[in-house]
Ligand binder design. Structure first.
Ligand code: ADP
Length: 163
């Protein structure tokens, strides 16, 4: 059975992350979405909130999610991947900036653990420009962010920034 680990901050989940999750679900037997929780780095949404937003966004779609789990991790991604029984990692690629950074990560991860491969999935054209960082910035300034995130995430963002 092929288990893949898809790590990220998912703070919050965007349509770009959803695109990669849906593609990965079609490719592997079991997908583990790893939400990075780093002490000292305060996220907008707690781990529990981010986990529930991912689960609810997937529940709203007609896709089988019995082969998906969502976990928290801190420390090295390769260790979290191994601890969750994964033989490969999934990363999304938006542009050449992602490619350069992701090639460094994949190369160094591959040196630390030669058995763990990284699979790059290209972002679908309509979600290519989306980044969670800019979604947070738009939301914090009261701008329109609904085109970039699933409906339940848009709702949660509206509540978070309600004054
Ligand atoms: P972000 O870069 O949006 O803050 P993360 O750090 O959580 O998101 O990224 C986790 C993974 O998701 C990375 O592999 C990243 O390249 C991928 N990813 C993020 N946004 C997109 C997108 N719009 N399309 C494809 N992949 C994406």
């Amino acid at each position: 059975m092929k288990t893949a680990f898809y790590p990220g901050s998912f703070d919050p989940l965007t349509n770009g992350h959803m695109d990669i999750i849906l593609k990965a679900l079609r490719l592997v037997d079991h997908l583990v979405v790893g939400i990075g929780v780093h002490p000292g780095k305060a996220p907008l949404f707690s781990f529990e909130e981010r986990r529930d937003l991912i689960a609810d966004a997937l529940d709203a779609l007609p896709v089988a999610t019995d082969h998906l789990t969502i976990v928290a991790f801190d420390g090295l991604t390769i260790e979290a991947a191994r601890a969750n029984g994964a033989s490969c990692m999934i990363r999304g690629l938006r542009d050449s900036t992602d490619l350069n950074y992701e090639m460094q990560l994949a190369g160094m991860n591959g040196t630390m653990d030669a058995e763990l491969d990284t699979i790059f999935l290209p972002a679908s054209p309509e979600v290519r420009p989306i980044t969670a960082t800019i979604v947070r910035q738009i939301a914090s300034m009261g701008g329109p962010f609904k085109a970039f995130v699933p409906d339940n995430v848009a709702h949660a963002l509206s509540q978070k920034f309600q004054s």
